[in-house]
Design a protein around this ligand. Sequence first.
Ligand SMILES: NC(=O)c1ccc[n+]([C@@H]2O[C@H](COP(=O)([O-])OP(=O)(O)OC[C@H]3O[C@@H](n4cnc5c(N)ncnc54)[C@H](OP(=O)(O)O)[C@@H]3O)[C@@H](O)[C@H]2O)c1
Length: 429
Amino acid sequence: MTAPLKIAIAGLGTVGGGVLKALHARGSELSERAGRKLEIVAVSARDRKKARASDIAAFQWVDDPIALAASDADVVVELIGGEDGAARALVEAALRAGKHVVTANKALLAHHGAKLAAMAEERGLALKFEAAVAGGIPIVKALRESLIAHGIVSVRGILNGTCNFILTDMEKTGRSFAEVLKDAQRLGYAESDPALDIGGGDTAHKLALLSSLAFGTAPDLKNMFVEGIEHITPEDIVYAREFGYRIKLLGVARRVGNGIDQRVQPAMVRGGTPLGAVDGAFNAVAADAGEAGPYFFEGRGAGEGPTASAVIADIVDIALGSFEPAFGRPATALKPLAPAAPGAAAAAYYLRFEVLDMPGVLAEIANHLAESQVSIESMLQRGRSPGEPVSIVMITHETPQAAVAGALKAIATSDKVLAPPRMIPMEAG
Ligand SMILES: NC(=O)c1ccc[n+]([C@@H]2O[C@H](COP(=O)([O-])OP(=O)(O)OC[C@H]3O[C@@H](n4cnc5c(N)ncnc54)[C@H](OP(=O)(O)O)[C@@H]3O)[C@@H](O)[C@H]2O)c1
């Protein structure tokens, strides 16, 4: 009989609690799949006295999580969170001590992934992170091991359930971003400090990992455009619907020319398409795998059930001896990301101008757009009384981003334009 796989868990919150529960409920079935007993030997969290959903009395309690690296565990599971601090110190100490590592920590890996992957490989250890991106959706494994034959052209995802919940609710109720955010906080869908979610930072962390897996590059947050959803108004949502679209916060990484364009931003996605139909707190990833075709994954991106599912899949893989490189290529082969030329990525754009309703405004906007070679596919104007503010909404044909941005910069200087023009890319669903 193969020796048990000894597991130490740091962090017993949503994810750690879920892992304990699942191992408690289905331990023998999971051990059977793993070909050896999965045995928790030690746990750590901040507060020993805190009530836990599962009984932890049978496990050794360690006050300092970093001390788990010195335990007799084969695998250290880091479920504390944060790009530095205790989480990073523990993962580094565990690898140095010859322990495999499983983590759900996208912030840590987006910042330090290449270095940690190298540390693991030098020692013949696994570093696994399925739960770090899109919760229960097995997208890390799919990109790392399955969709490899033809190369990846693009990977696009709805990767933050909080943002998708807020945008879906704004659409349903017509309420403002601020009102819906308050509700989301009350219902537990948004953190009391929601900045990392609504500002796009959390999606950026996940996109950096997807991009690395897809393109064989080191995770790179520096060469990424990141915009959150704070500025989306009910008006934008209503206009989007009139054109048949919905607004989603997307993380997109795609090949453009010889480089990779990485961006996190609100995008117009046609309603009724797979991405356009993802509602509430769900996550989804669409991958274009070249000759292998397009793939679409949807599921729960957070919560104890989905994240525990992903963590346990990683633990079972380790028990079975599957130690492939963290990002699908040897860490030494991970290339620095070559960013696409600034503004080269092309898309059709939704543009909204808040202007004074007076003769000549439309002509002035049209002139600037024409000068930048931006052509318009459709337009909508809601009339109010002459001399009052009015919204002009346009959808452009596919145009390089730099051309549209240049035209908007010129238009914004007009004294008839009352607010900075809005520019939202349209994305295929
Ligand atoms: N929640 C999700 O749905 C989700 C989804 C995907 C990925 N993740 C990732 O999973 C990780 C954990 O998230 P979570 O939602 O489970 O967090 P959480 O509920 O806040 O739990 C964090 C746990 O870490 C412990 N902890 C915090 N600081 C510590 C320290 N300095 N030393 C020792 N223990 C410490 C806490 O101890 P106490 O319990 O004693 O306070 C708690 O048990 C994060 O990296 C997160 O990004 C979470």
